[in-house]
Design a protein around this ligand. Sequence first.
Ligand SMILES: [Zn+2]
Length: 394
Amino acid sequence: MFEFRIDATSGPARAGRLALPHGTVSTPCFMPVGTQGTVRALSPNDLRAAGATLVLANTYHLHVRPGEQVVAQLGALHRFMAWDRPLLTDSGGFQVFSLEGFRRVDEDGVEFQSHVDGGRRRLTPERATEIQWTLGADIAMAFDHVVPGGADAATARDALERTLRWLERCARRHAELADGRSGGPAVRDGAAVRPSASPPVRQTLWPILQGGTHRALREAGLRRILDMNSWTGLAIGGLSVGEPKAVMYDMLERLEPKLPALPRYLMGVGFPEDLVAAVERGVDLFDCVAPTRHGRNGSAFTPDGPVNIRNAEHRDDPRPLDDSCDCETCTTFSRGYLRHLFVAEELLGLRLLSLHNVRYLIRLAGDMRAAIRRNAFGPWADAWRRRYLRSGSA
Ligand SMILES: [Zn+2]
C-alpha cells in the first residue's frame, strides 16, 4: 500500500501509479477540491464521469463545520461525502494562515478565530493529525506554517524551521494512531480520539516542503525532511501564493534533481499552463479550486485558451464549448445555451461549466501521461502551449 511506481519518463516528466487504500491513482493527476466535503456544484457521479480518481477535502473547514466527530459518526469522510475513491485531506495550515482576523502563532500551534461562529480555536500538529485520522482520508498532510509569497529570508526561515519541528510532531502522532496507541490523553479539546482499528494502516502522512522563494532554504528543508523519515510522498507548499510564475517554475526546476522518487504534489496549482509547466519539471499531483471557481464565474478552459461564456459573441453559437471534450456539457449543449444559462443566472450553468473545467484538467493530465509514455513530452508541451496561449477570448 502507498507504493508509487514510475512507468515511463520523458525528461523530468514522469508517468506513474500510486496505490492507495481506496484505489490506484495514475499520475500526473489533477485532484478536484472538495473544500467542505463537496466539490462545489458537482455530485460524486459527476466527479466519476469526469474521471476524477483523487479528491481533496479541507481539514480546517470540516473541523469547524460540522466537526470531525459528526463526520466520524456518519461513517468517516468517504461515506460522509459518498466518494469511494481515494481522498486527501490538507492539514488546515494553509487555511488558518489565510484567515482574516485574529491569529496567534506560537511554538505549540496556532490559535485562530473560526470563520463560522467567531469562536477561538487552536490547531496544533497533533490536533491536525488527529482530526485527519478521524476523517479517514487515504493521504493526510502535515501541519505547516505558511508565509506569503514575497516573505523575506528571515521570515521564510523561521516558518520553515517551525514547519520542520511540527512535522516531527505530526509524524510521531500519526505513528501512534497507526499503531493503535492513543499516545497521550484520549480526549483533547473535548474531542475523543479513538485508537485505530488493527492494521493494515489505511492512511499515510505526507510532509510539506516550505521555504518561500529562497532556494537554499528549500534545499536545506528538503534534506532534513528526507533525513527525518521514510515518506510515501512529498508536497511542495508555499508556491503559487503571489510570486511571479517564472519564480515558481525556476524553483521547481532547481529542486527537481534533488527530489526523491516519491510522488511529488504541488499544492494549490491548477491553471492549465501551470500544470503543463510543472509536469515538465517533474511534478506528479496537483489540486486547485480554479476549475470550479472559474466555472461558476462563466470562464471555461478550452484547448484554444480560456473562454468567457457570458460574452455576447456566444449568443447564437451552436458549437459546443470544446469540440474535443467528451463531458456532458460539451456533448449535450451549445455555447449559445450555456451563455443563456449564465445570463439568466440559472444554477445549471454553474454545474455545467464546473463539470467541463474539471473534466478538462483531468483530460489534460491524461494527455500528458500519454505524451510521457511516447517519450515525447517536450514536443507535445510546445504544441499545446502554441495553441493554448495563442488566443483565448476571455
Ligand atoms: Zn467539456
